[in-house]
Write a protein that binds this ligand. Structure first.
Ligand code: TYD
Length: 378
């Protein structure tokens, strides 16, 4: 963690040095362009030093102020506004300085400031692109790509393992529910979406992966931050998972069993709806649909129900026959439920409110949808 913080700061300092180098180069170029070649020799560094110092102070000051603001407001969806204000701020401050601070009749200074700023803008834009690529290439050579993993504590081990299989090192973990854990297997745990934004903005990682989490839960500003920073945001997802529902039994059977599920820890989506199916007969068949958005957690507190799942390519059957067994279903799965025992109860926790439009009830339409979905995910 310490190394990463130092690494992040060093990276930042390298960009500040790069900016100052660009500034120096731009000023030299501006002076060279403005003055005839012969005259240029007579103008030394001392002549354009004041202009350069003013520009450096403005550059560093304004960038520091607005970078801080951008990082603070990143979470409040005001980034675009701040970004625009930064441009307006830089232009405003620069123009004010040019118009009011320089000596009367200092024609050389005024023109070179304009020229230098134009050239500086081009230099900095180009240099940043190149330097960023150099740093990335260096990092890639010195190891495998690093990633931030967003998941729940139930799926964290699986998620790390899945990424290892893809030759990716997990550098940070974001857990949906913070349990005051600082690290898992020596990997630092991020506790808030804001901290996640900061890791993304400091480019301490190269990729962001979502595992076993409804991707709709990731705030939009984080998705946009990844896009801005050109970080790959990806889902390494499963379409279903069987989970153990914690069940407590006392020694005396007359007390029965108590099972429980905890939001955010066991359930990787917000619960917007709960429903259950009762008064059922054996060999009842229900379902025959898929969802486009809805994530669900199914469990059967009493009886025995087969859940036949179909992802458009292959079928699997999961039998729910004990209160301690839960089945998480992500969207895009065709399901059929078969009651094996009369009176069996099916309980469902769902991520979405009921919306008939969100169902796919025609099998052919589902196959076409899932193929398209798969193509899009490639
Ligand atoms: P349906 O989805 O057809 O059940 P299944 O697929 O298990 O056979 O739902 C049956 C009826 O209940 C249908 O008219 C819609 C209604 N319904 C709601 O109004 N809200 C809900 O949350 C659910 C699940 C169903």
């Amino acid at each position: 963690m310490k190394y990463d913080v130092i690494h992040g700061r060093l990276r930042y300092i390298s960009f500040v040095i790069l900016n100052l180098l660009c500034l120096f180069a731009a000023n030299t170029a501006a002076a060279w362009i403005y003055l005839e070649k012969n005259n240029f020799k007579r103008y030394g560094f001392d002549d354009y030093k004041p202009v350069m110092i003013i520009m450096a102070v403005i550059d560093v000051g304004v960038a520091l102020c607005f970078n801080t603001l951008q990082r603070v407001y990143r979470r409040r969806k005001r980034r675009e506004l701040i970004k625009n204000l930064q441009h307006i701020g830089i232009s405003f401050v620069t123009l004010s300085v040019i118009l009011f601070s320089l000596r009367q009749g200092a024609e050389y200074s005024r023109v070179t400031v304009f020229l230098a700023y134009g050239i500086d803008y081009v230099f900095i834009t180009g240099a940043h692109v190149i330097w960023r690529e150099v740093l990335r290439a260096f990092r890639r050579e010195s190891g495998r790509p690093t990633a931030l993993l967003m998941t729940t504590d139930r799926f964290v081990d699986e998620g790390v393992e899945e990424l290892r299989k893809l030759n990716i090192d997990v550098k940070y973990i974001y857990l949906l529910k913070n349990l005051n854990i600082n690290e898992i297997d020596k990997l630092p745990v991020i506790k808030t979406w804001e901290e996640t934004a900061s890791v993304i903005c400091w480019e301490e990682i190269e990729r962001v992966y979502i595992y076993g989490l409804d991707h709709q839960m990731v705030p939009e500003y984080l998705v946009n931050a990844c896009r801005d920073m050109r970080l790959k945001l990806d889902l390494v997802d499963f379409n279903y998972r069987i989970i153990d529902v914690k069940t407590i039994k006392t020694e005396d059977p007359k007390y029965g069993a108590l099972s429980f599920l905890e939001g955010k820890r066991d359930i990787p989506f917000p619960i917007r709806r709960v429903y259950w199916i009762t008064e059922t007969e054996a060999d009842l068949h229900r379902g025959f649909h898929a969802h486009k958005m809805n994530c669900q957690l199914l469990y059967c507190p009493y009886g025995k129900i087969d859940i036949i799942l179909d992802d458009g390519k292959k079928k699997t059957t999961v039998t729910l026959d004990e209160p301690g067994k839960g089945l998480i279903l992500m969207p895009g799965l065709w399901r059929e439920m078969v009651w094996q025992q009369s009176g069996s109860v099916l309980c469902v926790l769902a991520s979405e409110y009921y919306d008939a439009e969100e169902y796919i009830r025609n099998y052919d339409e589902f196959v076409a949808y899932s193929n398209k979905y798969r193509e899009a995910g490639k």
